[in-house]
Design a binder for this molecule. Structure first.
Ligand code: AMP
Length: 281
């Protein structure tokens, strides 16, 4: 496995791979890798012959009061996991090498990014879109794989790819979970033992939404109330948002007639966790 630290070397390498007719698969991550990330590597591997995993804790997608400084990092462990997972190139640029000091061009998605995490984290998706556009230009992937856990991110990236005509196929990987239902996340490492015991409440709430939907509930307010009731059972939980939105437009829905995304952001103690499910007949 090759480790690349600069954008210049990354782009040159990608150009060489393309000239040799190789199909490039990209898995963008912020590191502190877990089985969710590695499942995306397998999807990329199946669709390409050179897999690049990017590891970059992107400063532009963090708000001023967010966890950029404390975000978990373990490069040696991540590199070992990438080697085991048969990653061809680990692209781990330094922040100073990714953005010019006077960088002044950003990519904004103006519709899908407005609500949910976009409302709770102003500027977040501008940072995400900008870094993903840069990664596309540096790694020149034919296919890029993103996790369904970050539901809004996936939809925003698909829209950016379509609207800016990036020649990249976007593939979604299903959410990988712990045995008790908690979605794997690098941020789970922030949880105390007691918080970790309470954290599966997100999945339990989504299970209840799925159960109610199968039983015929189509009223979004009724679904939200049920989710709220379940999350309130966990003393460490504080709801950031519970959203029931159209799966395509991400506009709030009152009555479910089309596939709907149920998305949660919940603080467990001081750790903000997200999870989601899609309800469709
Ligand atoms: P992150 O390192 O958290 O920015 O995530 C990098 C990629 O991994 C994103 O596309 C995430 O959606 C995806 N991802 C994160 N957690 C999971 C999970 N539990 N299952 C599947 N994909 C995930």
């Amino acid at each position: 496995m090759r480790i690349i630290r600069t954008s210049g070397e990354m782009q040159q390498t990608a150009l060489t791979l393309r000239a040799a007719g190789r199909r490039i698969g990209l898995v963008p991550t912020m590191g502190f890798l877990h089985a969710g990330h590695l499942s995306l590597v397998r999807l990329a591997r199946a669709r390409s012959d050179a897999v690049i995993l990017s590891l970059f804790v992107n400063p532009t997608q963090f708000g001023p009061r967010e966890d950029l400084g404390s975000y978990p990092r373990d490069f040696a462990r991540d590199a070992a996991l990438c080697r085991e997972a048969d990653v061809d190139i680990l692209f781990a640029p330094e922040a100073a090498k990714m953005y010019a000091p006077d960088a002044s061009v950003y990519v904004t998605e103006e519709h899908l990014a407005a609500g949910l995490c976009g409302a709770a984290r102003p500027g977040h998706f501008r940072g995400v879109c900008t870094v993903v556009a840069k990664l596309f230009n540096l790694c020149l992937p034919h296919v890029a794989v993103f996790g369904a856990k970050d539901a809004q991110q996936l939809r925003v990236i698909r829209r950016m790819t379509r609207d800016l005509n990036f020649p990249v196929e976007i593939v979604a990987g299903p959410t990988v979970r712990e045995a008790d239902g908690l979605a794997l996340s690098s941020r789970n490492s922030y949880l105390s033992a007691d918080e970790r015991r309470q954290a599966p409440v997100l999945r339990r709430a989504l299970d209840e939404a799925e159960r109610l939907y199968r039983a015929g509930t189509r009223d979004a307010a009724a679904l939200r109330n049920a989710l709220q009731g379940i999350i309130a059972q966990a003393p460490a939980a504080r709801i950031d948002y519970i959203a029931v939105v159209d799966d395509e437009t991400l506009a709030p829905v009152q009555t479910l007639t089309k596939p709907a995304l149920v998305a949660l952001a919940v603080y467990i103690g001081t750790t903000r966790l997200i999870d989601n499910t899609v309800l469709q007949a």
